[in-house]
Design a protein around this ligand. Structure first.
Ligand SMILES: Cc1cc2nc3c(=O)[nH]c(=O)nc-3n(C[C@H](O)[C@H](O)[C@H](O)COP(=O)(O)O)c2cc1C
Length: 285
């Protein structure tokens, strides 16, 4: 199991040591043109997690490729680039300009208007534009996410990143929205059951490599995502609280696996689809 950061949750250039503690660094989503993002307030704490309405603030493709990417390569950590856009050809143009990275297609940001093209059409355009590994990051705000997963697999995706945030609203004392926008993306502990359900359904439907994310705070959370089918796990909101989370979650996971008598997380992958850990233990005994 590799430990990654979730897109938008770590600035590798201001926290290079945290980035180096990951198995791969995932960038904030890059769009063709620069974006200032939404008006402040952009972050609000809630009882069950965090709301953000960043709105894909980023320097745009040209500045990213010329200035940010060369510095990221110097970190010595594999780089995943999160690619965004507002039409399939915009995503594809960015993909065609990349090399020696993994691409995560952000098909799911709740803070910008929906891309007009479907997830599968975007993946197909990108597949035609690059041979690099393509991970499709999907929204959990879809009643049958496994349908979308099957469609992006058929369109040529190599893997899935699950899940992005879900839309939520928080009110202040005066009963007005706390964010500068009425709603934002909900992340953190509240998202974990949503992420488990999405990974479970998509792994069952596709058996593709999956980067699981959504409310991972502990090694146990990572173990559960692997049990429903994730190959790798990404840390998002937890990094704002605990920059040492990559090392901590890894060692907690190792302790969880040792307690189960299992050497490697891969052995636990998908056990939730059988009869849980009992099946695995009876096989290994
Ligand atoms: C402040 C913030 C910014 C984010 N920016 C992006 C982004 O640019 N692209 C993207 O695909 N996901 C973005 N996300 C979503 C995360 O990558 C992740 O899918 C989500 O937060 C769930 O994981 P978590 O509960 O561990 O935070 C952002 C999340 C937060 C909290």
């Amino acid at each position: 199991m590799r430990t990654l950061n979730a897109s938008g949750c770590l600035d590798a250039l201001t926290a290079p040591d945290v980035a180096r503690s990951l198995d791969a660094f995932v960038t904030k989503t890059v769009t063709p043109s620069p974006r200032e993002g939404n008006a402040p307030v952009r972050i609000a704490e809630t009882d069950v997690g965090m709301l953000n309405s960043i709105g894909l603030a980023n320097p745009g493709r040209a500045a990213f490729l010329a200035e940010t990417l060369p510095q990221l390569r110097e970190l010595g950590v594999p780089v995943w680039i999160s690619v965004g856009g507002f039409a399939a050809h915009e995503y594809a143009e960015t993909c065609s300009q990349l090399d020696d990275v993994t691409i995560e297609l952000n098909l799911s940001c709740p803070n910008v208007e929906e891309a007009a093209d479907t997830a599968a059409a975007i993946v197909a355009a990108c597949r035609a534009a690059t041979k690099l590994p393509l991970f499709a990051k999907l929204s959990p705000a879809n009643w049958d996410i496994s349908e979308v997963a099957r469609a992006v697999q058929a369109a040529g995706a190599d893997g899935l990143s699950l899940v992005n945030t879900m839309r939520g609203t928080a009110l202040d004392e005066s009963l007005r929205p706390r964010l500068g926008t009425p709603s934002g993306g909900l992340s953190g502990p509240a998202l974990k059951p949503v992420a488990l359900a999405a990974v479970y359904a998509c792994w069952r439907a596709t058996h593709m490599p999956i980067v699981g994310m959504g409310g991972v705070m502990t090694g146990r959370d990572a173990l559960e995502l692997v049990a429903v089918g994730a190959q790798d796990v990404a840390l998002g909101t937890v990094l704002f609280r605990d920059p040492d989370a990559p090392n901590r979650v890894r060692s907690e996971l190792a302790a969880e696996l040792a307690a189960l008598g299992v050497g490697d997380a891969e052995e636990v992958r998908g056990v939730a689809h059988e009869s849980g850990i009992e099946t695995l233990l009876s096989l290994t005994r």
